[in-house]
Design a protein around this ligand. Structure first.
Ligand code: GLC
Ligand code: GLC
Length: 811
């Protein structure tokens, strides 16, 4: 069942009922100011950091759900409604929500009044812009009152939701003209405030929640709206809000539009005040003036749309498969931008208060983002590297605002260091910009410990090389990619962190998965060394890689698949002799991607086993059989009921590893089958089962052991975005950036007769046409660039600014 449809021409998903199975959201903002916006206008705003600079409040696990947002109440006589249905839930005569790239438009109709709410965050500005257009479609005149409403957050979202003894006394606002200023804590150490404004003089306002909503009222029934209007209240402590009232007389056929904004303003210390106690509003007033009329609103929206046009023009495909084109050309790349911006911090599942930026997560996000804005990828790599410890290990997370490592979670996730090589390698392939390796980057944010980025990569590599266990496999530490495989933790008490309980140093549990990573990214590091003119270091690295590869094929091989790990007692995890958890997906994907066992047949066998033992109609589950009881020696993985999350859920992130692995072996049919099973546009028809947005990937789909098989959770912020983009663009369509140019080597279904693609690469544009006359799955027989035959699959970089016509004939 569907709840909307794709409008590919406008690059929108159009939702036709407010009663979606869950709120279906969009992200507004591309650099520093962000708003999450659901299909009913629920959501919240923040500046850079959803924990430390939260502008508006959100209650995640509320019932009823999704009450907070940027709301308009429309009142005509006794009828009160919202253009997006929520929170009053008055039945609408018509409803539609269009989520586009960086903007959302929600339109509702009731009793011949149409209200259209358009929202976006302009490029390079720190505000949300909202336009409400109210149209009278009746034959006679109408009188309606319109009330916009938001609830401020007192900046630090954790404190805001826990420290009431203090913060119910700190709230402060100022009202000037049609603007409401939220200035809590500005009197002391903050140099920033929020401003809510409207482009038209209101007929009333409120800034106290108790006055507008009522102490015992609710957003579904604000007392001011249902009673006799706003009362010009001023918030002193308690809960500051911004609400206004506009009384509109509309002639038949008349439209009235009002512009609104919610901005974030920072003032230099010596310019904080205009007069004692009165904040300096000049920057806010300049912001308001920038968007003073419809023309300014429209042109800022046009700039945003042009920006997305440009961003998406870096990679597009025309395959004759509508759903594939839609994913590749629009939604997958869009999600990659969002995951790059947010890491795993703020969504409708990630509260923005828990995790900041993940070291491994952000490194992987680069893989799907780097072709869009390489300069931002460069900056991000340097930021991440600056949190690395001098011994090569890494803070697992850091806060986006401070860019400092998070002490609470600390380090010891032994896959982390290698992801820095993966992210940097992707950047080098995309840009050829080796100068990044010379950048001086601190360790642990300590400038006195600065070293070139290349030294950071060296230490990443060494950290793994020097932390091997009894079988010659890398030590797992607190966990590897699978945060829930906590082999050294032994947590027995509720409330303890599964990941950080138990010793960090000393234990001997090993990871076959990190072994695979070490082979894959260790080879990349060796190649980088060679380019840096360090052949000896390159061969040393290759020797270390070969030793781990041998260990993986020996202690890591179970006979029909790769084992997952060795626990702290030296017992196999993920082997046929295990009672449960006999086979895991991660090492099959990673080891085959690394090329391990390709010559000896183990790679083929491993992927066969995945097909036989882990496949389901909704995707490949993480492991089988699911753990049915808590196992102290394995940790969090066995804490989940069977079929959920890492305990045999379909963890979408590692399905594309299998896609890449299948393509590595030339299996185009199977690669595409795996790709299509989890690709959102391909499963739009089962939205009532899947429940999350049909235009983006979710982290997890409940596996076959779960009662809710096929139900997704944790939409938007997942490494799935980057890895699926990599798997479809590089492994299946076969357009791969390499250090020396662009490789064209598709691995497609036999029935796919070819495709065309446009790829921007190092400033040049490649118009690529792939032909598959003989219906093969892999193998380029002839490659022509601008009519000239090229040997092999590699096209050397074209002149920046030029266009290259590429024809690849498979067969
Ligand atoms: C979550 C984490 C990611 C981890 C994965 C598997 O998605 O963000 O870092 O690799 O879970 O546990
Ligand atoms: C839990 C989740 C995992 C996530 C981790 C983050 O372990 O299952 O997916 O990566 O928390 O700390």
């Amino acid at each position: 069942m569907r709840f909307g449809y794709f409008d590919d021409r406008k690059r929108e998903y159009v939702i036709s009922t407010p009663r979606t199975p869950l709120p279906w959201i969009n992200y507004l903002g591309s650099e520093s100011f962000f708003t999450l916006c659901s299909n009913t206008a629920g959501g919240y705003s923040f500046y850079r950091d959803a924990r430390l600079r939260r502008l508006t409040r959100y209650r995640y696990n509320n019932s009823p759900l999704d009450q907070e947002g940027f709301r308009f109440y429309i009142k005509e006589g006794d009828t009160v409604w919202n253009p997006g249905w929520q929170p009053v839930q008055t039945e609408l005569d018509s409803y539609c929500c269009r989520h586009g790239l960086g903007y959302t438009v929600i339109e509702g109709c009731k009793n011949d009044i149409r209200a259209r709410q358009e929202m976006f965050v302009p490029v390079k500005d720190d505000c949300l812009l909202v336009r409400l257009t109210v149209s009278n479609e009746a034959g006679g005149a109408k009188r309606v009152s319109v009330f916009p409403y938001i609830e401020f957050c007192l900046w630090d979202a954790v404190d805001d939701s826990s420290n009431f003894q203090r913060n119910w006394s700190t709230g402060e606002v100022e009202v000037k003209g049609s603007a409401i200023y939220h200035k809590t804590e500005y009197r002391e150490r903050r140099d920033h405030y929020a401003v809510f404004w409207s482009g038209r003089e209101p007929d009333g306002f409120d800034t106290s929640r108790d006055a507008f909503i009522g102490v015992y009222g609710s957003p579904a029934r604000p007392e001011a709206v249902f009673g006799s209007g706003c009362t010009s209240s001023t918030a002193h402590g308690w809960q500051p809000v911004a609400a206004q009232q506009f009384d509109l007389d509309l002639d038949p056929g008349e439209d009235v539009s009002i512009l609104f904004g919610l901005g974030y303003i920072e003032n230099p210390q010596d310019e904080k005040w205009e007069a004692p106690g009165i904040i300096n509003k000049s920057r806010a007033e300049a912001m308001i003036a920038r968007y003073a009329d419809d023309a300014a609103f429209d042109s800022a929206l046009a700039v945003l749309k042009a920006d997305w046009e440009r961003l998406l023009s870096g990679f597009s495909v025309s395959s004759g498969k509508e759903k594939l084109d839609r994913m590749v050309n629009i939604w997958n790349q869009y999600q990659c931008m969002v995951t790059f911006n947010m890491s795993r911090s703020a969504s409708y599942f990630e509260s923005g208060m828990g995790r900041g930026m993940g070291f491994r997560d952000s490194c992987q996000d680069l893989l799907g983002f780097v072709h869009m804005i390489p300069e931002r990828a460069r900056e991000r790599i340097l930021d991440i590297a600056a949190t690395q410890f001098p011994d090569g290990s890494a803070y697992h997370q850091y806060q986006p605002l401070t860019k400092k490592g998070n002490l609470a979670v600390g380090s010891g996730f032994n896959d982390d260091p290698l992801w820095l090589i993966a992210g940097t390698d992707a950047y080098l392939r995309e840009t050829g910009d080796f100068s990044i390796l010379d950048e001086q980057v601190p360790f642990d944010n300590d400038e006195t410990l600065s070293q070139p980025l290349s030294e950071h990569l060296r230490r990443s590599f060494r950290f793994t090389a020097e932390h091997l266990g009894p079988h010659g496999l890398p030590l797992i530490g607190r966990a590897d990619w699978n945060d829930c495989l906590n082999l050294n933790c032994f947590s027995e008490h509720p409330g303890e962190s599964f990941q950080t309980t138990g010793p960090n140093e000393g234990p001997v549990a090993e990871s076959v998965f990190i072994g695979g990573m070490f082979v894959k990214y260790g080879k990349a590091w060796a190649e980088i060394c060679r380019r840096l003119g360090r052949p000896e270091e390159a061969s040393e690295a290759e020797k270390a890689v070969a030793a781990v590869e041998a260990a993986v094929l020996d202690a890591g091989w179970d006979g029909k698949w790769f084992r997952r790990a060795y626990d702290a007692f030296g017992n196999v995890v993920g082997g046929s002799a295990c009672e449960e958890g006999k086979i895991f997906i991660e090492p099959q994907g990673m080891c085959v991607m690394a090329g391990i066992g390709k010559a000896g047949g183990q790679a083929e066998a491993a992927l066969e086993s995945v097909k036989e033992l882990l496949d389901t109609k909704y995707g490949i589950v993480l492991q089988q059989p699911a753990y049915t009881r808590y196992r102290l020696e394995l940790g969090e993985i066995s804490s989940y009921p069977p079929g959920y999350k890492e305990n045999a859920g379909i963890f979408c992130h590692n399905n594309p590893w299998i896609v890449c692995a299948e393509a590595e072996l030339g299996h185009g049919d199977r690669a595409f089958q795996v790709y299509a099973r989890t690709a959102p546009a391909f499963i739009e028809d089962i939205s009532e089962i899947h429940r999350t947005e049909p235009y983006v990937y979710s982290q997890m789909i409940a596996g076959k052991d779960a009662a809710t098989f096929g139900e997704a959770k944790n939409s938007w912020l997942t490494g799935t975005a980057a890895w699926t983009f990599l798997s479809i663009s590089q492994a299946i369509l076969g357009i791969k950036p390499a250090l020396d140019g662009l490789v064209i080597d598709p691995c497609i279904p036999a029935d796919m007769k070819g495709f065309t693609a446009v790829r921007r690469f190092r400033g040049a544009t490649y118009r690529i046409s792939v032909e598959n006359p003989r219906g093969v799955q892999k193998g380029v027989k002839e490659l022509r660039v601008n009519g000239r035959v090229v040997e092999g699959c590699l096209i050397p970089p074209a002149e920046p600014g030029s266009t290259a016509d590429v024809v690849a004939v498979m067969g």
